[in-house]
Design a protein around this ligand. Structure first.
Ligand code: NAD
Length: 321
């Protein structure tokens, strides 16, 4: 069995490899050759922790496994990240455990890769202004990955707590783009590509605020009750997702479907666009929306890629198991 510890992931995994792994597995999901198992998520009644696992099987790549982990709110005081996760990969022929891989950095990389895939296929070709809503841990990963998909000329951003906007400003500077903090009216009017990555339980961006041809990647809503954008905005958009079942239950589309402004049948898998089975964006002034709910197969795909990298680089720790 191979172990790739959390502290080795940063040296091994690139944004390009994460993007390629996520793009490929989204395509396999839409072809039906990869599927996710039902998600388990429980409050365990200890340490205020939410624990669960996401799992699946990619038959085309023979990648089988699960990501186990969750949220421990007291970790920060212990010098640890609140979100903790580990990926386990199993031999699809025998069921033997093949690898244990640190999942924290991989989660950020695979989530950023998902919105970047959506931008590649759905954002207006000539997109120039990237709008960021949210300035937490994931936001920097999101911005770096998005910036590789279009020739953006500037980044504009909003956060409920303006003190956190320095993260967006610093990340934009690292990429070499100017940054401006704006209100939501300006963000919705000026950005042609928008990423929402917050922990909000109420709509932040309203329908009337978004004008012109725009692509919105809603990445924060991954739980029942969370919400980042107005249900009417989702209802007006051409909606894509990683997995429809998650989109309507724990994703951004849950509210639009519950309100009756969007039908489940009108939500397309992003993989269908990748495979050429859905046209994706059909005009420059269309509003497209990607509901990135986060699926276990994304975690397995990047973990499998990192194991291959670790073996190639000769840094994989092998143990008899
Ligand atoms: P974080 O705690 O570092 O940052 C949270 C962000 O949300 C901050 O910008 C904060 O100001 C903002 N926020 C919090 N409450 C808000 C409210 N009521 N209204 C508006 N903004 C609010 O978290 P993070 O690690 O950056 O993750 C952000 C979100 O992304 C989380 O909700 C997390 O569950 C989700 N997430 C989704 C996926 C996926 O695959 N879709 C993967 C990882 C994380």
């Amino acid at each position: 069995m191979i172990i790739v510890p959390e502290n080795k992931i940063g040296d091994l995994m690139t944004r390009a490899d994460s993007f390629a792994a996520v793009e490929k597995v989204f395509a396999s999901m839409a072809k039906g050759s990869a599927y996710n198992f039902p998600v388990i998520r429980e409050a365990i009644g200890h340490a205020d922790a939410l624990y669960g696992f996401k799992s699946g099987f990619d038959r085309s790549e023979l990648v089988l496994g699960l990501k186990s982990g969750g949220f421990w709110p007291g970790n920060m005081e212990k010098g640890l990240t609140n979100h903790q996760s580990t990926v386990f990969l199993f031999d699809a022929d025998t069921g033997k455990c093949k690898a244990v891989v640190g999942g924290n950095l991989l989660t950020a990389l695979r989530t950023a890769a998902a919105s970047a895939v959506s931008i590649k296929y759905l954002a207006p070709k000539g997109a120039k202004v990237l709008g960021m809503i949210g300035a937490g841990h994931q936001s920097a990963f999101q911005m770096r990955a998005a910036a590789e998909q279009r020739d953006f000329e500037k980044v504009i951003g909003w956060n409920v707590d303006p003190a956190m906007l320095s993260r967006l400003e610093e990340t934009a500077a690292e990429i070499g783009l100017p940054f401006e903090a704006v209100d939501l009216d300006r963000l919705g009017a000026e950005a042609d590509t928008i990423i929402t990555i917050t922990s909000s339980f109420d709509a932040i961006l309203m329908d009337a605020q978004v004008t012109g041809g725009t692509h919105i990647a809603c990445m924060g809503t991954d739980t029942k009750g969370k919400q980042e954008v107005d249900a009417a905005l989702v209802g007006r958009a051409t909606v894509f997702t990683d997995e429809v079942a998650q989109s309507i239950s724990i994703g951004e589309a849950q509210h639009a479907v519950a309100n009756g402004v969007l039908k489940e049948a009108d939500i397309a898998q992003i993989g269908a666009v990748i495979n050429g089975d859905h046209p994706g964006r059909t005009s420059d002034d269309e509003l497209t929306l990607f509901d990135g709910t986060g699926v276990g197969l994304q975690d397995l795909a990047v973990a499998d890629a990192v194991v291959k990298r670790a073996v190639e680089a000769g840094v994989a720790v092998e143990v008899d198991f």
